[in-house]
Structures are given as C-alpha cells and as structure tokens.
Design a protein around this ligand. Structure first.
Ligand code: MCN
Length: 790
C-alpha cells in the first residue's frame, strides 16, 4: 500500500458513521413530494398517446369537461395560446445539432407512445384519471421506427420535419488518420458488434409535482422529485413558463431514487405548474408506475461497431468505434452530451492507447426520450473498450487480464492525456487490478476452470477495468463543448450564535447520504461535532444557487465547495481568536476545534465560542464585519477520475443455459473516502444495477412501437436473490486537484459491473467459440450459443 492509503490523522472524515437520514426514511416520517398537502389542491392527469407516431387530426374534450368533479381540460393548443414560451429546452448544444421545439403538450402530432396530449384537472385524482378516457382523439397513423440504425437507414417518415433523415447530430472525436495508420501497421485487428439495450431507471418513488401559483405575488412554488432544483427553476423560467427566475421556488423534499431520471425538465411537471397558473390553485400530479415506464427518460440504446488494432506482444495500437445512439422522440437536456462527449472521451479506459477515433450518430426514434442513466456515457464507453480487450485477447490467445495489464497507464504518467481528449488526474491502476486478482485468486481459478472443462463444466472468469469521468468541470471547458450550464457548485457554511452550524449546498440527495457525509466534511474542517451540523439541500429559496446531483459530482464538487467554505469560516474565526488572545494570526494554531497560540495550549478558544463572539460580542478585530459564515463557489479545474477493477465468476448450466453468478469482487478507488459505509453502499447498489443490465434488464418494443416492458413483472430489475454476496475492497489515490482529495463513486460500480459479468459469461463459453453475447444475456441466449436449437 502506498502512503496515500494512510491520510493524515482525521477526526471524523473517513469514519463509517451511521447515516443521519435513515431514521425518518425508515420510519415513514420523511416528507416526499406526495406527502406535501396544500388546502384546495386539484389533481392533474395526463392523456397520453397510444400510438408511436401519428398526426393529431382532432381532439374533443367536451365529454371529459362535463364529467363530475372535472375542473378543466387543456390541450396543447391551449398551452400554445396562453403565450408562454412553451419550450422544454435542451441543455447541451453540439455543432450542427437539430433542435425541434419540444412542447409541454403535443400539438401537431404524437411522436412516441406516452407523448402528452391533454391535461385533465379534477377535484380528486380518480376523477382526473376517469376523465382521460372521455377525451376523444382522432389520429392519422404514421409509420414509426424504434431502432436507431433503422431510423437513419430506412426510408421512414421523419420523427421531426426538421431532421429529414432522423439524424439529430453526427459527432466525431479523435484522429481518424492516425487510427487508419495504426490499423495498417498493427499485427492484428479484432472487432465486435455490440448492442447496448435501452434501460429503464426504475426509481422507487414515481415522479411527482405539486405546484402552487400565488396570484397575489405572482410567485410559483413547485415541490417536485428533482435531482437539481436550481436547474429546474432556471429551465422553467427561461424556456418554458416565462416567469422571472426570482419568482420561482423549486423544492425537492426527500427524493426516493433517481438514477438520472429526475435530472430532467420534463413536460409533465411544467404542465402541472402551468395548470396551477391557469386556475390560481394548487395542482398535483403523480406518475403511475406504468406512466413512468413510458415517460421517465430511458438510458443507453447504443448500436456499435468497434475495432481494435494490436501487436503480437499485446500492445494496443488504436481503436475505431462507430455508434448509433437512440435519442428517442425528443431531445432531453443531456441527451446530446451523454452519447457524444461523456461516451467518446472515456473510450481509452485505463489504457495507454495512442490512436482513437469515434463517430456517434444521434438518431431520433419514435420512443421515450433517452438521457443519462447511472453511468451515463461512461458505462457505454467502458463497455466498448472492455469488450474490445476481450476479443483482442482471444485473437492473440493471450490471458485477458494479462493483455489489460500490458496496456495500463502507469502511475508516473499522470496527469495523463488520452487520445480521447481528456486528462486523467491520478491513478494507480495496476495496484487496484492486483488487489482484485489476488482477492479472487485469479491464477487458481484459471486452473480450476481448466479442470472443470475436462468434466464438461463451464466456469467463466470475467475481469474488467474501468475509469470514469466524474463531476463535469471546469465551467469554461463545459461551455466550449456546448453545455448551457457550468460545472461549479455552491455552498454556504454558517455558524449560528450558539455554535451550531448550517451547511447549505446546491446538490440534491436522492438516497446517496449527503446529509451525513457533508456534515463529516464540515465537522472535519471546523473541528465541531457532526451532530452540531445541519445540512440543507433542495430548496432554491434557501440555497441561492446550485447545479445539483448527477454525474457523481456531489462529493467532489459540492463537498469541495463545503470544505472551501468551511476553511474560509475557520480563517475568519482564527482572526477573531488571534484578537482575543492578543497574538498574531500567524501564531494561532487550530487543533480539534480549539484555537491557541503556538506553544501555549493552556489558553484557548473553541471555534464555537468564537462563533458566539462573532454574533454577540462587542470586541471584533478592527474593520471586521460581524457574523461567521461564508459563501463559496467552487469550479474544479478538471473532472475527477475514479477507477478500479471488478472480477466476476460464473458457472453455466449446460442443460438450461442458466448463469450462476458465484462470486463478485470489486476493488474501487474513489480517492479519499469520506464515509466507507456509504461508499460501500454505493458500490453495492451500482453492482446490482450493472448485473441487471448484463443479465436481466432491457426495454423492448413490439411491432406497433408499444413498450412491451412496462410493468415491474415485465422489466426485470435484479432482486436481492439474483445477486451474490459482494466482496469489496478499495485503494486510495487522492485526486490532486480536489480540496479534499475525493473522487466520485455513485456510478463507478454500475460502469464496471456490466462488462465484468458479460466478460465472465463469454469466458465460460470459450469452448463454444463464442466471442460476444449482447446484453441482457438470457439463459436462452446462452443455451443457443452452446448449440441448443431455437
Ligand atoms: N462519497 C464518499 N467518499 C467519496 C465519494 C463519495 O463518502 N470519495 C459519498 C458521497 O458523499 C455521497 C455518496 O458517496 O454520499 C455518492 O457520492 P458521489 O459519487 O459524489 O455521487 P452523487 O452524490 O453526486 O450522486 C450521484 C450518483 C449518480 S450520478 C447516480 S445515477 C446515483 C448514485 O449517485 N443514483 C442513486 N447513487 C444513487 N444512490 C441512491 N440511493 N439512489 C440513486 O438514485
């Protein structure tokens, strides 16, 4: 272990303290959006398209309007006529991007099953839902397309008139000529065609919104299931409703999971707000589970051809990747960034690859919009490079772990600039890989595999390395690449006069444990007890600015803002202490919350006493303002790049094709660890989601463009019995540019697990000459690959 595994002595940072948030969450005392009750609330239900693609000829709402308890029925034309901007804007512009107007309710045609057509507001949720069926819609059906390759290659009516060929963008990264040369020179070339199916996020709490338009003050209060209340405030203001930003308050109370799906500015929450504005009374909308399946943004949907050029000694010379990325029927906020920059820039993985070229065609299809889902872009990219490593190892008849090791970026090469245009901050890749392989007993497993094969048993060992760009930054770079927002986060760290501390931060938890870990950061910096710290997130009126929680940014960027704010507060307290102790500031030491003069620890002031002095005392240093708080905006100089190695061991049942996942070992490196228990929880959840993608999950459409997997018994998220006990470990390689050395961890294991498990299954099937199977790998697919009849 290197020295970095033993950070300087810490009090509470790095401790596995229990999650402060759990008692209210587990006892049902916590407040979710649906728990918020306002007097006089009306209820919204949304009539949605049953067709994948159709022109709307006529909508007759009269029967619905006449029903008992119905307050109002609105169509897309009503929204349009109200004069609001009525645009759901995209947040990431790519060169040449086609941006058709995305409205709150469809006006001319429906573009996917689930597209909103009309809004019913009624006195009760049941009355609103009942009235939906009474709305008569006359359609002219149009040919539809659900597959991203067919969408651009087949002659089909365009999803949007603005994109005749259904291409929203055609993106390239890397040096095509250098790659051509590498391929011409290399000893061998291997290739693989991959399909990464659509995944459905399945957060436990459905999307919900409660809007309250105050007619007197013309202010909108909107409680909603949001991962980023400030972004929602900004997008509602500028693009959709045309209300000044300072007249909108977005509140995200407890949020029950998101996995990306609650980042986005959807039409539904905006319609809820718009209805409240029309009626001057509170309006609530809550998605049903099935509604969520067709309206929450899906993830992935990539069809890829990838090639790798290698020399006989295992050196990778270059990779070439072409991907059709399904975007669905509309451009969701990060729909363009995820399959372009987040995907292509991680294709180097943990390896020193001299030449990389990637082309991504973003295709509109008649399906639910696709956007970032846990691992967003990085999952898809790491899957490609790790599958390429496996096919190259087969081509070279080399051990797949050995091929990986041969190409790792070594510790002395950091900061390492890849041929995919990013600079990795720090890493000790081989150390993590060694740890994982030793833990699983890799060499012995290979021996056992050979022995079992003699007996007609098929053991598979899958190894995958991953690196991940977490916490998009800096803002300048994001802007250069087309982002319509920055990469910073903001905090306020405030002592109260009695010595307690309030930390306000612009991130927004959905289960990650921010309240606990952020209190640990502040407690460490300020030398106070964690119980004296209250962390506040999710309310735009309390926290002036923020960008939210996604892209595994909260610990590194939000935590960075908190640490910097706390340090500012500590320095002001130091000045007050120096004044009280009649000493020079430079002579004041800070130890476990106490300020004292160097070498004279007997006379000291605790920082909490100094807080009282800052508010209540009468003797502050000359020209110092009262109070003890700091506002900090932290704009990191780079992403952080967590990494690690995961190993899976499977055994295939030859009679049925069933896959027994026997062991799963994960060694992750997320820099300095704030709370090891929370990190382990994130890794566990992430592995489960990656296993889900590898073996169980995948959205499917029928020939009419209807989603077939629209219920929990049709879309298979892994149950606890589907996953083995996880064996986790870590290394610690601090990020050199982060104020507290942390890197993100929220998505790491999802990124690693899918290629690890696929690698293991394909490894087991080596005797059957199987180089690759697409996810989700079902027993049926395995059985067929082993020669079973269809
Ligand atoms: N942490 C830590 N030490 C580190 C890094 C992180 O203790 N070195 C802690 C953090 O303080 C935080 C948690 O681990 O409590 C995750 O931190 P981070 O990696 O910064 O990720 P975010 O908090 O920004 O969360 C986003 C990430 C993403 S992108 C998805 S998707 C995801 C995920 O987190 N969705 C989740 N984890 C989830 N967990 C739950 N329960 N529910 C979701 O919807």
């Amino acid at each position: 272990m290197s020295e970095s595994d033993h950070p300087a002595e810490k009090r509470v940072f790095g401790e596995a303290i229990e999650r402060d948030e759990d008692v209210p969450l587990l006892t049902g005392e916590a407040t979710y959006t649906d728990d918020v009750q306002l007097q006089g609330t009306a209820h919204l239900a949304i009539r949605r398209s049953d067709h994948a693609h159709a022109r709307i000829l006529e909508i007759d709402t009269s029967a619905a309007e006449a029903m008992d308890d119905v307050v109002a029925v609105y169509t897309g034309a009503d929204v349009e006529d109200s004069g609001v901007p009525n645009t759901i804007p995209t947040a990431w512009m790519l060169p040449g991007l086609v941006t058709p107007q995305y409205r709150m309710l469809a006006v001319d045609k429906v573009r996917h099953e689930g597209d909103g057509i009309a809004a019913v507001v009624a006195e009760t949720p049941q009355a609103a839902r009942d009235a939906l069926a009474a709305i008569e819609v006359e359609y002219e059906e149009l040919e539809h397309v659900t597959d991203p390759v067919e969408s651009v290659e087949r002659d089909v009516p365009p999803v949007h008139e603005e994109a005749e060929d259904n291409v929203a963008f055609d993106f390239e990264l890397g040096d095509a000529d250098a790659v051509d040369e590498a391929f011409a020179d290399a000893d061998r070339v291997a290739s693989v065609d991959l399909r990464q199916p659509r995944l459905i996020p399945n957060a436990m709490e459905p999307r919900t919104a409660l809007a309250d338009w105050d007619v007197a003050t013309e202010k909108l209060r909107l409680w909603m299931t949001s991962q980023n209340p400030h972004l929602h405030r900004m997008l509602l203001s500028a693009g959709t409703l045309g209300i000044p930003e300072n007249k909108i308050q977005v509140i995200a109370p407890e949020v029950g999971g998101g996995f990306g799906s609650k980042i986005y500015h959807y039409p539904d929450e905006a319609v809820t707000a718009w209805c409240s504005m029309q009626l001057g009374r509170p309006v609530k909308w809550k998605a049903s589970r099935m509604e969520g399946y067709v309206t929450d943004c899906h993830g992935r949907d990539h069809t890829t051809s990838a090639e790798i050029a290698v020399d006989d000694d295992g050196s990778v010379r270059g990779i070439r990747v072409e991907t059709h990325a399904g975007l669905g029927a509309q451009l969701s906020q990060f729909a363009t960034a995820t399959p372009s920059y987040l995907y292509s820039t991680i294709l180097s993985g943990e390896y020193a690859i001299p030449a990389i070229y990637c082309r991504v065609i973003g295709a509109f299809t008649n399906t639910t919009p696709v956007d970032a889902y846990r691992g967003a872009g990085r999952s898809e990219g790491i899957y490609v490079i790790e599958r390429l490593m496996d096919v190259a190892a087969r081509e070279l008849e080399m051990d797949p772990a050995e091929l990986r090791r041969t190409n790792l970026v070594s510790p002395d090469e950091f900061p390492y600039e890849t041929a995919a245009a990013v600079i990795y901050d720090s890493g000790e890749y081989e150390r993590a890989m060694d740890k994982a392989l030793e833990h699983v007993g890799y060499d012995d497993l290979r021996d056992r595999q050979a022995e079992l094969r003699e007996e007609g048993r098929y053991l598979g060992i899958g190894v995958a390395n991953f690196v991940e760009s977490a916490g998009l930054s800096p803002s300048g770079l994001a802007g250069d690449l087309g982002a319509q927002a920055g990469g910073w986060e903001s905090s306020i760290v405030r002592f109260d006069s009695t010595g307690t501390v309030t930390v306000l931060v612009g991130t927004a938890d959905q289960g990650q444990g921010h309240r606990t870990t952020f209190a640990q950061i502040a407690a460490e910096e300020l030398g106070v007890d964690v119980d004296d710290i209250d962390v506040v997130e999710g309310d735009t009126d309390q926290i002036p600015q923020g960008l939210g929680t996604y892209g595994s940014r909260s610990a590194s960027v939000g935590g960075g803002a908190i640490a910097r704010g706390a340090r500012e507060v500590r320095e002001k307290a130091r000045e007050i202490a120096a004044h009280q102790l009649e000493a020079s500031v430079d002579d004041i030491e800070f130890d476990d919350g106490e300020f004292h003069v160097a070498g004279a620890p007997d006379r000291s002031y605790h920082i909490q006493e100094i807080a009282a002095e800052a508010y209540l005392g009468h003797d502050l240093p000359e020209e110092m303002d009262p109070g003890l708080e700091a506002t900090n905006f932290y704009d990191p100089e780079n992403f952080t790049f967590p990494f690690g190695t995961h190993v899976a061991v499977v055994e295939i049942q030859p009679e049925t094709g069933e896959i027994d996942l026997e062991r799963y070992v994960a060694v992750d490196d997320c820099g300095e660890i704030i709370n090891p228990m929370i990190v382990e929880g994130q890794v566990h959840g992430g592995i489960a989601q990656g296993i889900g993608a590898a073996l169980y999950e995948g959205a499917a459409y029928d020939d009419d463009g209807h989603l077939l997997t629209r219920r929990m018994d049709e879309y298979a998220v892994p149950h606890s019995t589907y996953v083995p006990d996880f064996e986790t470990d870590h290394t610690v390689t601090p990020s050199p540019h982060n104020p507290i050395g942390v890197k993100g961890v929220g998505e790491s294991a999802t990124i690693a697990a899918a290629p690890t498990v696929v690698s293991a299954v394909v490894d087991a099937l080596e005797p059957f000459d199987v180089d690759h199977l697409d996810m989700p790998i079902t027993p049926e697919a395995v059985w067929q690959a082993m020669g079973g009849e269809e």
